[in-house]
Design a protein around this ligand. Structure first.
Ligand SMILES: [Ca+2]
Length: 213
């Protein structure tokens, strides 16, 4: 094995320096954060992401906000374009702001493209917390927790720990899912997700190695 190959493999396996923290404080209000891109799944107009301000945000007042009221057929995606992780321990704080058809959202990971990724999201309108995979554009539910009641207008935290095939998902530090799925095995980007007209703030995305480093 050549030294160059080893270096490449380490870079691909290791990704960026950890922990990685996205607090959106270095961006401009009304613009996408540096290094982030908006994307869409499904059909329709929407997926408008920009930095907004909220003095109650958990890590500085700037947050990443989905601000459009899209149709039910639309997934609103915002992706850290240079990120690359396989196994990870990711937390993100979110606050549901508005949405008549849908509310809330959550993190995506092992994101290959707008049709292939994992997503766990909280929907305060339906009072459920759900883990899905998107495979070739089709959304498949892996797990659900029903009758999950969150306080309105507050920040809440989702955490996902994914190692190999094992996926654990937490909401406000309570573990709801501990399961296995082997569909998406390779490194992918991380991002945040809402559906339809769910207007949601996200802040303080922290990515650690699974062993806590
Ligand atoms: Ca912030």
């Amino acid at each position: 094995m050549s030294a160059m190959f080893v270096t490449m493999a380490l870079l691909l396996a290791g990704g960026a320096k950890l922990p990685a923290v996205y607090d959106f404080e270095d961006g401009a209000v009304g613009k996408l954060p540096p290094g982030w891109i908006a994307a869409k799944g499904g059909k329709g107009d929407g997926s408008v992401w920009q930095i907004a301000e909220d003095k109650t945000a958990p890590k500085g007042p700037k947050v990443l906000a989905q601000t459009a009221a899209g149709p039910s057929s639309l997934f609103n995606l915002c992706v850290a374009d240079k990120s690359s992780y396989t196994d990870l321990d990711l937390t993100v704080s979110f606050k549901a702001i508005a949405g008549k058809k849908d509310q809330g959202g959550g993190p995506m990971w092992r994101y290959q493209d707008a049709d292939n990724y994992y997503i766990v999201r909280m929907n305060p309108l339906e009072n459920n917390f759900r883990l899905y995979k998107l495979v070739a554009g089709k959304r498949l539910q892996l797990a659900t927790a029903e009758d999950v009641i969150l306080a309105d207008g507050k920040w809440h935290t989702i955490r996902v720990v994914h190692k190999g095939e094992r996926i654990q998902c937490f909401l406000n530090a309570k573990m709801h899912f501990d399961m296995k799925d082997d569909t998406l095995k390779t490194a992918g980007k991380i991002g945040v997700w809402t559906k339809a007209d769910a207007q949601t703030y996200f802040d303080n995305i922290v990515i650690r190695m699974v062993d806590g480093r």
